[in-house]
Ligand binder design. Structure first.
Ligand code: GLN
Length: 571
């Protein structure tokens, strides 16, 4: 039977409940256990696909095509496991399922109610995700006291009753503020969070105290008496230099062994944090530092910049930096400044490399194209991600192939040279307004060209080999076989996607004639080829991908293209 660790948050949101959950998972995995994690999002949206990233952070994409809350990204990065979309539950999904069942007559005339029907559906989904694992972490989004949390708290309470207290524990991640005008760390909000949790019949087994500085004994004691748990169950988690240090810090308090003891379990193996610890040190104290620019459309909420919308790119750069012993300072540049004044482009000379991230719509597009042209002409390393690839193709078509005004039909439907377009099969679905169905979502196989730079990078980072092991797994799953398409007997890799438009097949040979290499492609079951990678020979580094390699990057396994890009930036 699976053991459950339910993680909820107190006081305020944004204190790092997600990375704490991920860190607990990492620790238990190090002790030799099979671990997975579930995220509960109490909003009504069915998934994160329609959420604006500036409001809710990045949309995370899973292998099986889920558009999910970014916390799942942290789980994957820390656990080094691919987590499927079913591991993200929203209120919208739960209610939709229950109402669909009711309409289908499945409740046989019964009154359908919050308890037990909604809570049963929640429990069913949690248990389903936990199947075949030793531990399942369940993170409840939001903060204790939110109305929207209540169904989920009821459900985990009911799960606890069903499987027994010895198979489920509660962890409360809370925050202890130190108001600047009194300079004293306050426990009161935490006490209130504990009280609110107990109103739902839930008593935390561990309290993780987030704060600016480590908790002193006076405050530990206060919390201990208030909750009536042993001091060893109050864990201090002060602010740190990098999130990747959290598992190491929690282990300093023997958190892993304490959790195992609660479940009456013993370590299955001796944990080995050496490699992880070495990389954490490289993140914090790299041998050298470089600056790179990410040119996108931005990202201001009131007075705050929300770089969370590109979280995975940040993390992927960190992973590659740690592997190469270089610290990367990222500067976010709003592409619109180039549209207003061309002279601004020269600021790009101050950076060792330029990334154009994914995006949608027409805003800021011309500025991004200008930045790509600047990178190409000045031999500055360039990495284009999804929209970044598409815009690089547009730039090349316009400025090298003489296709004046070339564009994507996403920006200009009647353009003379639609080098990026919706393919005919997708157009049909669009006309029927089935937008979701027109997206290419999740993992797809790409065939890499012999002798390409891209192939070399996938070989150098060992990903080619790993992806081939995964490929044989994927072949067994009939329902997912469309992700493979037609596999020629060649070098295959797998990356995640989230886009609607493609390089227009009609222009490929004209563009290739002028020197841009399409170094990888997917072949759909209907034999349609979709371009996956571009590269320019004779350039320090000029590579674009239709996928989102940032989603598969892990601290111990940097994504090949990011690795190659950072390496080129260092030269
Ligand atoms: N807007 C482009 C498309 O839909 C690119 C999407 C992206 O960058 N994720 O094809």
């Amino acid at each position: 039977m699976c053991n459950y660790i339910v993680v909820s948050g107190g006081v305020i949101s944004g204190v790092g409940k997600g990375v704490t959950t991920a860190s607990i998972g990492k620790i238990l995995k190090e002790y030799g256990y099979k671990v997975t994690a579930v995220k509960i999002d109490p909003y009504i949206n069915y998934d994160a696909g329609t959420l604006r990233p500036t409001e809710h952070g990045e949309v995370w994409v899973t292998d099986d095509g889920g558009e999910i809350d970014q916390d799942l990204g942290n789980y994957e990065r820390f656990l080094d496991e691919d987590i499927p979309k079913k591991n993200c539950l929203t209120t919208g999904q739960i209610y939709k399922t229950v109402i669909d069942k009711e309409r289908g007559g499945e409740y046989l005339g019964k009154t359908v109610q919050f308890i037990p029907h909604i809570t049963d559906e929640i429990k069913k989904r949690i248990k389903d995700a936990a199947d075949n694992f030793d531990f399942c972490l369940v993170e409840i989004g939001g903060t204790i006291g939110d109305f929207e949390n209540i169904p989920f708290l009821f459900a985990v309470k009911s799960l606890e009753r069903e499987i027994g207290k010895k198979n489920l524990i509660h962890v409360l991640v809370t925050y202890l503020p130190t108001p600047p005008h009194i300079q004293e760390m306050k426990t009161k909000p935490t006490q209130q969070a504990i009280r609110m949790l107990s109103e739902n019949g839930i008593f935390p087994d561990f309290i993780i105290c987030r704060s600016k500085k480590a908790l002193d004994n006076v405050r530990k004691k206060k919390i201990e008496t208030y909750v009536n748990i042993g001091a060893e169950h109050v864990i201090s988690e002060p602010d740190i230099d990098t999130i990747y240090r959290i598992p190491l810090d929690l282990e300093k308090e023997n958190f892993g062994l304490k959790i195992l003891k609660k479940f009456d379990l013993k370590p299955k193996k001796k944990p080995d944090f050496e490699e992880w610890g070495r990389l954490v040190d490289k993140i914090v104290n790299p041998a050298k530092k470089i600056k790179i620019a990410i040119v996108g459309k931005y990202i201001n909420i009131g007075d705050y910049e929300l770089t969370d919308s590109y979280l995975s790119i940040n993390e992927a750069l960190k992973h590659s930096g740690a592997g190469l012993d270089v610290g990367i300072e990222i500067k976010w540049i709003d592409s619109k400044i180039f549209e207003k004044d061309k002279n601004e482009l020269k600021i790009l000379k101050n950076y060792r490399g330029i990334i154009i991230p994914g995006g949608f719509g027409s805003s800021g597009v011309e500025g991004k194209i200008m930045a790509i042209e600047f990178a190409r002409k000045n031999d500055i390393p360039f990495l284009g991600l999804c929209y970044g690839l598409q815009l690089a193709v547009i730039e090349f078509a316009r400025n090298v192939c003489g296709m004046e005004g070339a564009n994507t039909t996403e920006v200009d439907e009647r353009v003379k040279y639609p080098v990026i377009d919706i393919l005919p099969t997708q157009k049909k679905l669009m006309e029927e307004n089935r937008y979701g169905a027109t997206m290419r979502l999740g993992e797809y196989a790409a065939i890499l060209k012999d002798d390409s730079q891209v192939l070399r990078l996938y070989e150098e980072t060992n990903r080619l080999k790993e992806d081939n092991e995964r490929l044989s797994e994927l072949k067994k799953d009939d329902g997912q076989s469309f992700r493979l398409g037609i596999l020629e007997n060649k070098k295959i890799i797998l990356e995640r996607h989230r886009h609607r438009y493609e390089v227009n097949p009609e222009y490929i040979s004209k563009i290739e004639e002028k020197g841009l290499v399409f170094s990888g492609y997917h072949i759909r079951k209907d034999k349609q080829k979709l371009m996956e990678f571009i590269e320019l020979p004779n350039h320090k580094f000029f590579i674009g991908t239709q996928g989102h390699p940032e989603f598969k990057s892990r601290l111990t396994k940097p994504a090949p293209l990011f690795y190659g890009f950072v390496k080129a930036c260092c030269k």
